[in-house]
Design a binder for this molecule. Structure first.
Ligand code: HEC
Ligand code: HEC
Length: 369
């Protein structure tokens, strides 16, 4: 049965309350655009764009208590996300591997980090990461703050975990940033922690809830074509995709506090066990989780080729065919996967349906200090 309105058991670890949205609708030009000359302990309002509203149908976003979302912090995180000066060699921003053209998933099959370091996995779509209790394909990170530090200190940006402070000091030397950090983090300024907090606050505003499917779900029966509607019926019926790609996030990993990982056999074909990516087993240190990966969201999937944790399949119809055919048989394969015996026409209907999950927004390039 389709689960169309699951209650999000949002991460218990995210204790807190600060909900994104509910903010006034004022454009920055709407009046109180006073310079923040009289610096008080509280950050000045309204010179920054308002926090984007949570699109209809999505739950409010929870931010951790020690990192509430504010318009100024989001604006700062937005700049940092696009700033290549954050990487070791000035070659990569966070955005470099999470671009609009790729649906915010990676461009290369497996990502290439700063200093051209080849990495082992494909970059996932980052729309709606705010709702993910466990981050990465193997769920090894519990918060956006920790993940941001990981991506920044690790191979992606190449800075090295021990050099974050040094890099933060370099950022602090850029005049525009220094001022913004003191405004957003009074008494703290620029540090590895505040950089990660600002990045996380920005990521909590990357929400995708206004797709054609959402409109259909809200009652607009013209939002999906006849072919897409057939695809939807297959998705939640004969093809059994919804058992893991559960609406509304089209992944069971969003609604479960411990994440959700499945072995579908990607990356095992022709490999010895010791040469394969162990996936969840490495993070959980449990061999039973071997080759399990987080169910990726299918929101925006039409735009995010290539597919799977190793980027091994170039086209969406091939990825759908692989999944509907039961994945790659191996001893740990998830029993929910089996050959659904779909015709080419049915595969095409599923692919058409996935097109209804395309996110309407894109990440905007900010002006950097
Ligand atoms: C060189 C490319 C690259 C750069 C630069 C990069 N990422 Fe990523 N990102 C990836 C890859 C690859 C993964 C998946 C890694 C894994 O699962 O082991 C990922 C995963 C993520 C995730 C987890 C998404 C999920 O579904 O679990 C988030 C959030 C994220 N990146 C944010 C960032 C931020 C913030 C930065 C900048 C500090 C950044 N990325 C820089 C390639 C990149
Ligand atoms: C047993 C749970 C499960 C079922 C059932 C399932 N999937 Fe998946 N799906 C996954 C997992 C896990 C991955 C990631 C695998 C990897 O990369 O190693 C995935 C990946 C995908 C991807 C690639 C997405 C990306 O961003 O790389 C597509 C497309 C997809 N599935 C479509 C489908 C369709 C269509 C169906 C129904 C025919 C289906 N899946 C059934 C668990 C499942």
């Amino acid at each position: 049965m389709p689960r169309t309105s699951p209650t999000f058991a949002l991460a218990a670890t995210l204790v807190a309350t600060a909900a994104v949205g509910g903010c006034d609708d004022k454009k920055p030009s709407d009046g109180d655009k006073k310079p923040a000359a009289t610096a008080t302990a509280t950050a000045p309002k309204s010179i920054h764009p308002p926090i984007p509203k949570v699109p209809g149908g999505l739950e409010p976003v929870q931010a951790p208590k020690d990192n509430p979302t504010t318009p100024a912090k989001v604006a700062l995180g937005h700049m940092l996300f696009f700033d290549k000066r954050l990487s070791a060699d000035g070659s990569r921003a966070c955005y470099s591997c999470h671009q609009n053209e790729d649906g915010t998933g990676g461009h290369e099959p497996t990502a290439i980090g700063a200093m051209e370091k080849p990495l082992t996995r494909h970059a996932p779509i980052i729309w709606n990461v705010a709702y993910l209790p466990k981050l990465y394909w193997d769920g090894r990170s519990d918060s956006l703050e920790a993940q941001a530090k990981g991506a920044w200190g690790g191979g992606n940006m190449g800075v090295g975990p021990d050099n974050l402070k040094k890099k933060a000091d370099e950022i602090a030397k850029i005049d525009g940033y220094k001022k913004l950090f003191y405004e957003v983090f009074p008494g703290k300024g620029v540090s590895p922690t505040t950089i990660a907090q600002a990045l996380a606050a920005y990521e909590r505003t990357l929400l995708c809830g206004d797709t054609a499917w959402d409109k259909f779900q809200a009652g607009d029966k013209s939002a999906l074509s006849a072919e897409q509607q057939k695809g939807l019926t297959l998705f939640t019926g004969k093809a059994g995709c919804h058992e893991c790609h559960t609406p509304p996030m089209f992944s069971d990993a969003y609604a479960s506090k411990d994440g959700a990982f499945h072995n579908v056999g990607v990356g095992l074909d022709g490999k010895k066990k010791e040469d394969a990516d162990p996936g969840r087993a490495k993070a959980s240190e449990n061999d039973a989780d071997f080759a399990q990966f987080k169910t990726p969201t299918l929101r925006n999937v039409s735009k995010s080729a290539p597919y799977f944790h190793d980027g091994s399949i170039a086209k969406l119809d091939e990825a759908v065919k692989f999944m509907a055919g039961g994945g790659f048989a191996n001893p740990g394969r998830d029993p929910k996967l089996k050959d659904r015996k779909l015709s080419d026409e049915e595969i095409a209907q599923l692919v058409a349906f996935l097109g209804s999950l395309t996110c309407p927004d894109s990440l905007e390039e900010p002006k950097l200090p």
